[in-house]
Each structure stands twice: as C-alpha cells, then as structure tokens.
Design a binder for this molecule. Structure first.
Ligand SMILES: [Zn+2]
Length: 245
C-alpha cells in the first residue's frame, strides 16, 4: 500500500524542493557571485560554458558550490551578469540551477542535457579536425560527420543551416569566422559530400591498434601533397561514403 502511495506522489515543484531543506552553502556561493541577492533570482543568472574532464589542469574533484568530492567531470557555469565562474558537479546544476533561458528546473534539465551533448560533440569535432584537414580514416570521417550533425541538426545542404548557426559552427571549430577557404571546403565536403573525401584505409593489427595500410602511412601528416597523389594512384585508395547515422 505504502509503495503504491509513493508512486503516485507528484514530484516536488522547484520551490517545494528547495523549501524542504535549506542548502546554505550552495545558496551562499550562488548569491555571492550573482547580481541578485534573492536565491530564486540568483540561480537563474547562470549558463553552462564548458565541460572539463579529469585530465585537464583546472579540473577539481570537489564541487565548488556544495563541496561534494569525487567528481569525475566538472561542469563550468558562468554568471551572465557578473561573469563569475564555478566548477560544479552535474547534480548541483540539475537540482539548483535554472539555466538562463529556461523557466524551471525541469526545462533547465532538458537544456542542460542538450548543451552537454553539444559541448561534447564540439570537443570531438575539434579533436578530429586535424585529420579532416589532411586525410582522415573512414572511421574518423564518420565520427566527424556524426558529431557535426549533432550540433547542426542533420542538414542535407549548406542552405539548410541558419547563417548564425553556421557562423557559430565555424568560429567554434576554427577559432575564427574566416578560416582559409581550402580548410573550410574540406569541412564542407566532410559534412555534405563525405563520399568525395579521400580516406586512409585502416586495418586492426594483432594488438588491436589501428594502423594505416600502405607505404604512405608514415607520411600522411608530414607530406600531405605527396600522400594524396600516392593515394589517388594506389589500388588501395578507396572512396568510402560516410554512413549516415
Ligand atoms: Zn555540488
């Protein structure tokens, strides 16, 4: 009976949840770094800027607003008025922060999930960019293609992307709005016409380590032009369309 009753209880609203218990440390930290002195306004001034993994120098395993230790990742939040930043755990964001642009904790949680996926996708895109700008493996090309779709919403054509969205994409992956045209063209090809992108074919060796097949494997990065022309003549050269997924 008790179990049944528990299941039908509606979740607490934002106000009830924080009203049930006081969280003096979290409230103090957030209010101190916000423009408003009122908790329910102060916690609405923040947005997510970055995800920091434990290999980064600035990583801390202690949440800076609740002191919980044992974090595996930091979520960096920034105040839109004071520009103050905190490295916190995901739980604190889900429970206490109403991200800017949302009305309540529930919507904020949805935005938090979308934003974290976007940040992770951009990190992957940035990691893969050097390979895309030389000759990627087919696996790198597929990963790049998927990650771009994750941030751009699966566009079929360049025209499907809003200009502002495209500008943000270019700035975030190149660090500037006007990268060299050939670099931009390579990214566009990987995105819209992956079948046209030359790729290095790889096999898995006995130690399950990926190695490039063929004599050009050692020169793909340092001698790109020669590598490309060798590839084009080689039987092993393969145009392998990135699968849509
Ligand atoms: Zn915390």
């Amino acid at each position: 009976m008790r179990y049944q009753k528990k299941r039908t209880v509606k979740p607490f609203s934002t106000e009830e949840q924080t009203g049930k218990r006081k969280f003096p440390l979290i409230q103090k930290c957030i209010i101190e770094a916000s423009l408003s002195n009122v908790w329910d306004d102060a916690r609405r001034e923040w947005f997510l800027v970055d995800i920091i993994d434990d290999a980064a120098d600035k990583f801390t395993d202690r949440c800076q607003i609740c002191n919980h230790v044992g974090l595996k990742k930091n979520y960096e939040i920034q105040n839109s008025n004071t520009q103050a930043k905190y490295l916190v755990g995901s739980n604190c964001i889900r429970k206490f922060i109403i991200l800017k642009g949302t009305m309540n904790l529930e919507d904020s949680s949805i935005l938090f999930k979308l934003e974290t996926e976007k940040i992770e996708a951009y990190k992957l895109i940035q990691n893969l960019l050097p390979a895309i700008l030389s000759i990627p493996t087919s696996q790198q090309l597929v990963k790049f293609h998927r990650a771009c779709h994750a941030v751009l919403g699966r566009p079929k054509l360049a025209q499907d992307i809003e200009p502002a969205q495209w500008r943000e994409f270019v700035v975030r992956i190149f660090g500037q709005p006007n990268p060299p045209k050939n670099n931009l063209d390579r990214v566009k090809n990987a995105l819209f016409n992956p079948r046209s992108v030359p790729q290095v074919r790889v096999k898995i060796d006995s130690e399950r380590e990926q190695i490039a097949v063929g004599s050009w494997s050692g020169i793909t990065k340092t001698r790109q032009t020669r590598a490309e022309s060798t590839l084009v003549r080689s039987d092993a050269y393969k145009i392998d369309g990135g699968s849509e997924n």
